[in-house]
Design a binder for this molecule. Structure first.
Ligand code: HEM
Length: 126
C-alpha cells in the first residue's frame, strides 16, 4: 500500500510529535541560557505549548494557535521584550541546536532554519 505523499512541511517533518520534541529541546536550552532565561516566565510550560501550536499552524498543521489566541502578530507580542542582536543570536543558537538534534531530512532542516533566521531578525526591536 503506497504511503500518501506529505503535502505540508508539518506532515513531512513527522507531525505534532516532531514539533513537540524540537520545542521541548529548545526550552531546555532556554532554561540554561543566561541571556534568555530571565526574559521568560518561571513556568515555561505555557510558553512551550503556545510556541508548539504556533509552529504547527505555521507549517501547515491544525490552526489551534489562532483559534485560541487570534492572529499571531508576533512582532507586537514581542514588543514588551528588549530584543537586540545578542538576544536574537542567543535565541537562534538554542533553536538551531534543537532543530539539528532532530536529525530531519536536509531540505526540511534547511527550510526550518531559514525561516527561523528571518523571523528572529524580524523580532529585533532595538
Ligand atoms: C529573536 C529572539 C526572540 C526572543 C528573545 C523571544 C522571546 C519571547 C518571550 C520572552 C516570549 C513571551 C513568553 C511566552 O509567552 O512564551 C515570547 C513569546 C512567543 N514567541 Fe518569541 N522570542 C524570539 C523570537 C521568536 C521567533 C523567531 C518566533 C517564531 C518563529 C517566536 C515565537 C513566539 C511565540 C509564538 C510566542 C507566544 C506568543 C503568544 O503569546 O501567543 N519568538 N518570545
Amino acid at each position: 500500500m503506497t504511503q500518501p505523499i506529505p503535502t505540508t512541511l508539518f506532515e513531512a517533518a513527522g507531525g505534532t510529535a516532531t514539533f513537540e520534541r524540537i520545542i521541548d529541546n529548545f526550552y531546555n536550552r532556554v532554561q540554561l541560557d543566561a541571556i534568555l532565561r530571565p526574559m521568560y516566565q518561571a513556568d515555561l510550560s505555557e510558553s512551550k505549548r503556545t510556541m508548539t501550536l504556533f509552529l504547527i499552524q505555521y507549517w501547515g498543521g491544525p490552526g489551534t494557535y489562532s483559534q485560541e489566541r487570534g492572529h499571531p502578530r508576533l512582532r507586537m507580542r514581542h514588543a514588551p521584550f528588549s530584543i537586540g542582536q545578542v538576544e536574537r543570536d542567543a535565541w537562534m543558537s538554542c533553536m538551531t541546536a534543537a532543530v539539528q538534534d532532530e536529525k530531519l531530512a536536509p531540505e526540511i532542516q534547511d527550510a526550518l532554519l531559514k525561516y527561523f533566521e528571518q523571523a528572529a531578525s524580524f523580532m529585533m526591536n532595538r
